[in-house]
Design a protein. Structure first.
Length: 141
């Protein structure tokens, strides 16, 4: 088992569930510009928990399946539905979207100015998790 990371995480972190946590970490790094902060491997060497970060934001990733004291976890792909998303602020939404697309993310909404003042795009990762990336719009919607 890995040592716990030494840095203190933000007070609130989204926690997403994946069938392949290690693959999800690799994808988040390549497509979304996240940095790997922590990998926890089980006795079989499989990553069961991870943390990725973008600036001060941290997203936790956990293994799907049955876990003691918790309800069964399913990814959007295996459950057939979506019940959570991550809304993350980045410096340049348009450049971020280009990198995500090139790395294999499915863009569900191209970058666009929103009426509340953010420029936003929406993407899905290979296991169907929903990610939204935004920055302040540079011109009125």
């Amino acid at each position: 088992m890995s040592q716990l990371p030494s840095e203190r995480p933000p007070a609130c972190c989204p926690y997403l569930f994946y069938d392949d946590v290690e693959g999800a970490v690799r994808f988040a790094v390549a497509a979304f510009g996240m940095t790997e902060r922590f990998l926890d491997r089980n006795d079989q060497g499989e990553v069961s928990h991870a943390r990725v970060a973008h600036g001060s934001a941290v997203v936790m990733l956990g293994k799907t399946g049955a876990h003691t004291g918790q309800r069964s976890r399913k990814s959007p792909t295996s459950s057939g539905c979506l019940n959570a998303a991550v809304y993350l602020f980045v410096d340049d939404v348009d450049a971020h979207a280009r990198v995500a697309r090139e790395a294999g993310a499915t863009l569900l909404m191209e970058p666009a100015n929103m009426h509340w003042g953010d420029r936003l795009y929406c993407a899905e990762d290979p296991e169907g998790q929903y990610w939204m990336f935004a920055s302040p719009a540079t011109s009125p919607p």
